[in-house]
Ligand binder design. Sequence first.
Ligand SMILES: N[C@@H](CCC(=O)N[C@@H](CS)C(=O)NCC(=O)O)C(=O)O
Length: 205
Amino acid sequence: MMLLHWSPRSPFVHKVMVALEETGLRLGVELTRSVVPTEDPEHVIWSVNPLGQIPTLVLDDGRALYDSLVICMYLDEASGKGILLPADGGKRIDTLRRHALGNGLIEDMVLWLIERFAPAERQVAARLVRYGIKLQKTLAAIEADPDLRNPSRFDVGDIAIATALAYIEFRRLKPGWQTEFPQTAGWFAQVNDRPSMVAARLQDG
Ligand SMILES: N[C@@H](CCC(=O)N[C@@H](CS)C(=O)NCC(=O)O)C(=O)O
């Protein structure tokens, strides 16, 4: 059985949990809670991933896979479904571009939260402002381009963008974003009801 180093609060893990459900491979994976970041050099995560990050998926043959995109690509192939990342050149680049947008937003929102929780004397005002601009601009880009929120598709690009929105809601990073970006909110409401998104819900605890 495969083993996933996991946490219910991590948006990167969330992408993988959604992919596991979409590919039908969830039952083949055992979850183990790994609390990171860690300064403990004996923590088990270092024995499988020198970057000390989750998600990390340990395969039956002992190989460890990271990061979240690589794990999603592996699951897509292992399931034989080919539903998360098209094989064809142009479509593949388009999916990876949408993934880069959603995943980039996730990375920036994680950094924004770290900056917000830093003691006031260590906060950098310019950084706080910059992450806010990134959020605003990215939501505006998704709102303006129907192909970034196409309800007839749910590939790894859509999973990344849906996860970014789920994380923004989970951490209340932009209360009222649904009113300002109604098309994006409508798409999100729809995909957020997919059984995979329901099963993967981000939670504290
Ligand atoms: N690029 C990685 C990022 C993973 C990541 O940053 N995970 C966080 C948890 S949300 C983590 O493990 N942080 C601990 C650390 O970076 O030391 C991915 O897509 O999987």
